[in-house]
Design a protein. Structure first.
Length: 200
């Protein structure tokens, strides 16, 4: 599926990748970024749980998937902790394929602007890549899941301005306003007042 853009919020969706099964879930696209991702993995991706950032505070989302189906060994559980806000997610790669009769996510690899985490799971099946363009980052997820994670979609948003940029813009606007005051209305120079002593 082609990327879809919400022009009002400037949020782009890339995905989905994976199988058609499972129940739909959506963590939403109103977060500022991603702090942590916990993945339960064995022969596939059993579950994913994300801790987002919202207005500078940690905001945990629900777990999607289960920690192993009945009668199978418990999966490994790994938590990826990003050095937020300096570190942010730019790519999710993986594989999807058949597992116990269902088309599910078999493996996931997360790449930030600093390093790569994974792979988690088994890299078998059809490869996929959900990568962002320069100046953007992944801020959220949605997908489908049941006993396992069936599919995944990423929400992408523009990077925030660098620290100090807003202060510089405010200062620049103040200078322009001051310049406008000195020049007067209609951008005409203000005439100097004659301060000479009056004649009697």
């Amino acid at each position: 599926m082609a990327a879809r853009t919400d022009t009002k919020k400037k949020i782009t969706e890339i995905g989905p990748r994976g199988g058609p099964g499972g129940r739909a879930w959506d963590d939403g696209n109103s977060y500022d970024g991603i702090r942590e991702i916990t993945v339960a993995h064995g022969h596939c991706i059993d579950s994913i749980t994300v801790v987002y950032d919202k207005h500078g505070k940690a905001s945990p989302a629900e777990k999607h998937g289960e920690d192993g189906a009945i009668g199978v060994p418990k999966p490994h559980v790994t938590t990826v902790k990003l050095q937020y806000p300096e570190e942010y997610l730019i790519s999710v790669r993986g594989y999807y394929g058949q597992h116990h009769g269902s088309l599910v996510i078999r493996a996931l690899t997360f790449t930030s602007n600093r390093t790569t985490y994974g792979p988690f799971g088994i890299e078998e099946g059809e490869p996929f890549s959900l990568s962002v363009k320069g100046g953007t980052r992944i801020i959220g997820f949605k997908g489908k899941s049941g006993w396992y994670v069936d599919s995944i979609t990423c929400y992408v948003s523009h990077l925030p301005p660098p620290k100090g940029c807003n202060a510089f813009q405010t200062f620049h606007k103040s200078l322009k306003k001051l310049a406008g005051t000195v020049r007067g209305e209609g951008d005409h120079p203000i005439r100097k007042r004659n301060l000479a002593s009056p004649k009697y």
